[in-house]
Design a protein around this ligand. Structure first.
Ligand code: ADP
Ligand code: MG
Ligand code: MG
Ligand code: MG
Ligand code: MG
Ligand code: MG
Length: 677
C-alpha cells in the first residue's frame, strides 16, 4: 500500500467536504512533479516485484488452518532484526556470506491483519545475474519472514484464504464477525490492519457508497450442490447495523457466493511488478503496451477458485477486489438519476485500465473507445500548464474519484515538495496498470506497474511470471512491438479471464501483427526500436489515416496458447504486412538469440519460460485447476462445493510445503513439471 501517514482521519461526512481541496492540491503537486521530472533522460532500467503473503496459524489438535492476526508483531520483529543486521549484529543463521551481499529485503503492512508484503531490498537491474537472483531472493524473503513467526505460524503465497468469512474459526485469535467499520456479517473488524488508515478506508468506502459493498461470485455447481444455490451462510435476521438490511434488500444473488466487506478483496494477495523506464516517453509506451497483457496474465496466473469456503465457478480474484472497494454511490452506478454525485461512473476504482496514455503515433483514436469519464476542469488545468492531452486525460480520469481517507494534519501542512494529496487519489485508483510519477525530491524516475497477476504458490512460479514480464518489456522496446487493441476489448478480456479454466476454454482478443510496418510497405514509416519515441507534445502519424486498415482487421480472438506459443498453422495468420503472428515466447527466444547470454543463464531462463509456455498450452495446470482438483479428490469432499476445515487444512499444509520445497515429486508434477524437467 502507499503512504501510511499517521494522524487524525476524517469521517466520510467531513472528508467529502474536503474532496475538492485535496484534488486541487493533488494536481498542484502533480504539476510540480511533472515540471521537475518530465525532461529526465537516461534513468537506469530498474525493476522489482512485490510478493504478498497470508500468515497462517495451525491448530494441530483440531486440524484447522486459520489466519494469524499477528501482522504488527511480525513486522516489528522483522524491522528490529533488520536494524540489528544492518548494524552488523543480527541473527546468526541467516548470516551466510552470499546472502549478506544483497541488501536486506523489506516487509510492509497490508490491509489484512493476516498479510505481509515483501520486496527485494533494492530493485533489480537487467543484468543476467540479477534475473537469476530473483527466485533465490524470493526464497530468502520467505525464509526470513518465517523466522520471525511462531513455530505454528507460516507465510504462504496464496491469493485468497479459502475459508475467510466462513461460520467456523478462521482467525487466530477468534473474533465474532462484528465491528462498526465493515459492519460485515462474515469478517470481524479485528481482521483489518488496525492502523487507522485501513479501518477508515473500509468505513468510508461503505459510507460513501451508502451500503456495504456487495460481491457475488458464481458458485461452482458440483454433483450434490443444492440447485439453485442460496448462500446458506447469510443471516437474514441480523439487526445489529442499518446495513444488515442489505441482504433483505437483495444484495445477495441466487447462485452466488455473497461477500460484504472490503477484507474479502483487499485481503487477497497479488504479484506486482514495477519498472523504471529511461524516460517518461518509454514509461508511457510500456504502460500502453503492457495494458493488453493484463487479462492474459490474469488468466495464466489464475489461482483463486475458492471463496468463503465454497468452490466458485471462477478461477481469479480480480472481480472480488473490484467489488470489495466499489465506493460508487447509487447515482454514480446509474441506479438513480444524478443529483448529488458529479458523474455516472461505469467502473469501480479497482478495475481494468480505461484509457491508453502514450503520445504515440501508433495509438489510433479508435483504441480509446470507452466513454471515458473525466474531470474537464482538471484536464484543462493540466493542459494549461503544459501537459499534453493523452496524459492530462489520464489524470483527469483518475481524479473523478474522491479521496477516501484524509488526515486532517495533511490539510493544515504546506503542499509544496510533497505528493501526499496526489497519491491520495492516485494510489486509490487500483487499475491493472499504474503509471507512477517520480516521488518529489528523489532520484527515482518514471515507473510503470503491472498489477493483474495472482500470487503463485511457489517462488519458482512467481519468478517465472516476473521474469517473463521483464523479458517481454525488453522485446517490446527493442523490436518496437505494437500490442494496441481497442481498450474495450481489454475490458472484455478481463471478464473472460475470470472464467473457470479460461486459459484452455476461452479465446482472447489480441493484435494479429505486432511488428512495425516495414519501410517498403509504409512510405512514411517512422517507428524505431523504442516504439514511438517522439518527444511529448509532438505526435507524428505515419502515413495518412487512409493508409491504415480498419481497426477491426487488426485484432482477432486467439487462445492463450496461440498468443504465447504462436499459432499451430502459421500460414493462416499472415496479415497485410506479411508478418506472421509468432507468439510472445518465440519472440522472447529470438530476442535472447540476439543478445549475449551465457549458456547457464539461458538454461535457467528456459526453465522459467517453459512454465509459462506449458501453462499456456495446457501441458501444465494453472494453480486454480490444480487446487480445484485437490479439493474435488479430497476424501472429506462431499461434492457439494463446500471446502471444509479439514480440506483447507490439508491444502494449506501442502502449499506451505510447496512454498518451501518448490517441486515435490508427484504432487506438483502437473503444476510445475517433474523435478528434472
Ligand atoms: P507500491 O507503491 O506498488 O506498493 P513498492 O514501494 O512496494 O510499490 O515497490 C514496488 C517495487 O518497485 C519493489 O519491488 C521495489 O524494489 C521496486 N522499486 C523500487 N525503486 C524502484 C525504481 N526506482 N525503479 C523500479 N522499481 C523500483
Ligand atoms: Mg501490496
Ligand atoms: Mg508495495
Ligand atoms: Mg509502497
Ligand atoms: Mg468484534
Ligand atoms: Mg504495488
Amino acid at each position: 500500500m502507499g503512504l501510511l501517514a499517521l494522524g487524525t482521519p476524517l469521517e466520510w461526512k467531513d472528508a467529502k467536504l474536503q474532496a475538492d481541496r485535496v484534488r486541487t492540491l493533488g494536481i498542484q503537486q502533480l504539476l510540480e512533479i511533472w515540471n521537475a521530472y518530465k525532461g529526465n533522460e537516461k534513468d537506469v532500467l530498474l525493476w522489482g516485484d512485490e510478493i504478498e503473503y497470508l500468515v497462517l496459524h495451525y491448530d494441530e489438535e483440531n486440524k484447522n488452518a486459520t489466519l494469524s492476526l499477528r501482522q504488527a508483531e511480525i513486522l516489528a520483529a522483522l524491522a528490529n532484526d533488520r536494524e540489528l543486521r544492518e548494524a552488523g549484529g543480527g541473527v546468526p543463521d541467516i548470516q551466510d556470506t552470499k546472502k549478506q551481499k544483497e541488501p536486506l529485503p523489506t516487509y510492509h503492512p497490508e490491509f489484512g491483519r493476516f498479510m505481509l508484503e515483501s520486496t527485494p531490498g533494492a530493485p533489480f537491474s537487467l543484468a543476467w545475474k540479477d534475473l537469476l537472483s530473483v527466485e533465490p531472493n524470493m526464497k530468502l524473503r520467505r525464509e526470513i519472514a518465517k523466522q520471525h513467526m511462531k513455530p505454528n505460524e507460516t507465510p504462504v503465497t496464496f491469493p485468497s484464504f479459502p475459508r475467510l468469512g466462513t461460520k467456523g474459526v478462521f482467525t487466530t485469535p477468534y473474533h465474532p464477525p462484528t465491528g462498526n467499520k465493515s459492519r460485515s456479517q462474515f469478517i470481524p473488524d479485528e481482521a483489518i490492519n488496525p492502523h487507522i488508515r485501513f479501518p477508515t478506508l473500509a468505513a468510508n468506502i461503505r459510507a460513501r457508497r451508502g451500503s456495504k459493498v456487495a460481491i457475488n461470485m458464481p458458485i461452482y455447481y458440483d454433483e450434490k450442490t443444492t440447485k439453485p444455490f442460496r448462500d446458506p451462510t447469510i443471516d437474514y435476521e441480523r439487526y445489529l447495523y442499518p446495513e444488515d438490511d442489505d441482504v433483505r434488500n437483495g444484495a445477495a444473488k441466487e447462485g452466488h457466493i455473497y461477500m460484504d466487506a472490503m477484507g474479502f478483496g483487499m485481503g487477497c494477495c497479488c504479484l506486482q511488478i514495477t519498472f523504471q523506464a529511461k524516460n517518461i516517453v518509454e514509461a508511457r509506451t510500456l504502460y500502453d503496451q503492457l495494458c493488453p497483457l493484463g487479462p492474459i496474465m490474469l488468466a495464466l496466473t489464475a489461482n483463486s477458485p475458492i471463496f468463503k469456503g465454497f468452490l466458485a465457478d471462477v478461477d481469479a480474484r480480480w472481480n472480488v477486489i473490484s467489488g470489495a472497494v466499489d465506493d460508487r454511490t447509487e447515482e454514480e452506478r446509474g441506479l438513480k438519476p444524478l443529483k448529488d454525485s458529479r458523474f455516472r461512473i461505469p467502473k469501480s476504482r479497482y478495475d481494468s485500465v480505461s484509457t491508453y496514455l502514450a503520445n504515440d503515433p501508433r495509438l489510433r483514436p479508435e483504441y480509446n473507445d470507452l466513454d471515458l469519464v473525466i474531470d474537464e476542469k482538471i484536464k484543462k488545468r493540466l493542459m494549461d500548464n503544459g501537459m499534453d492531452e493523452p496524459l492530462a486525460t489520464h489524470f483527469a480520469h483518475l481524479f473523478i474519484r474522491d479521496p477516501i481517507v484524509i488526515f486532517q494534519e495533511t490539510l493544515d501542512a504546506p503542499p509544496e515538495g510533497k505528493s501526499d494529496h496526489f497519491e491520495n487519489i492516485q494510489s486509490t485508483n487500483w487499475q491493472h496498470m499504474r503509471f507512477k510519477p517520480p516521488p518529489p525530491g528523489g532520484n527515482i524516475g518514471w515507473r510503470v506497474e503491472f498489477r493483474s497477476m495472482e500470487i503463485q504458490m511457489t517462488d519458482e512460479e512467481n519468478a517465472a511470471f516476473a521474469i517473463f514480464i521483464v523479458l517481454l518489456t525488453r522485446v517490446i522496446l527493442s523490436y518496437g512491438l505494437n500490442l494496441y487493441i481497442p481498450i474495450s476489448k481489454v475490458d472484455e478480456n478481463m471478464a473472460t479471464a475470470h472464467h473457470r479454466d479460461a486459459v484452455l476454454s476461452n479465446k482472447f482478443w489480441f493484435r494479429k501483427n505486432l511488428f512495425p510496418p516495414r519501410p517498403s510497405s509504409r512510405k512514411q514509416h517512422q517507428q524505431n526500436g523504442n516504439g514511438g519515441s517522439s518527444t511529448p507534445g509532438t505526435p507524428s502519424r505515419p502515413g495518412s489515416p487512409a493508409s491504415l486498415p480498419p481497426v477491426e482487421d487488426e485484432y482477432a480472438l486467439m487462445t492463450i496458447d496461440e498468443i504465447m506459443n504462436g499459432p499451430k498453422d502459421l500460414g493462416d495468420q499472415d496479415s497485410d504486412d506479411g508478418e506472421g503472428f509468432v507468439g510472445l515466447i518465440p519472440l522472447i527466444e529470438s530476442y535472447l538469440d540476439t543478445v549475449n547470454v551465457d549458456v547457464e543463464t539461458r538454461c535457467e531462463l528456459a526453465r522459467y519460460l517453459t512454465i509459462v509456455r506449458k501453462r499456456a498450452s495446457g501441458e501444465l495446470q494453472t494453480g486454480a485447476t490444480w487446487i480445484r482438483e485437490f479439493v474435488r479428490s479430497h476424501s472429506d469432499y462431499k461434492k457439494d462445493s463446500v471446502v471444509t476445515e479439514r480440506i483447507n487444512y490439508d491444502l494449506m499444509k501442502l502449499i506451505e510445503r510447496m512454498g518451501v520445497e518448490g517441486r515435490v515429486d508427484s504432487i506438483t508434477d502437473r503444476l510445475l513439471g517433474k523435478r528434472n524437467d
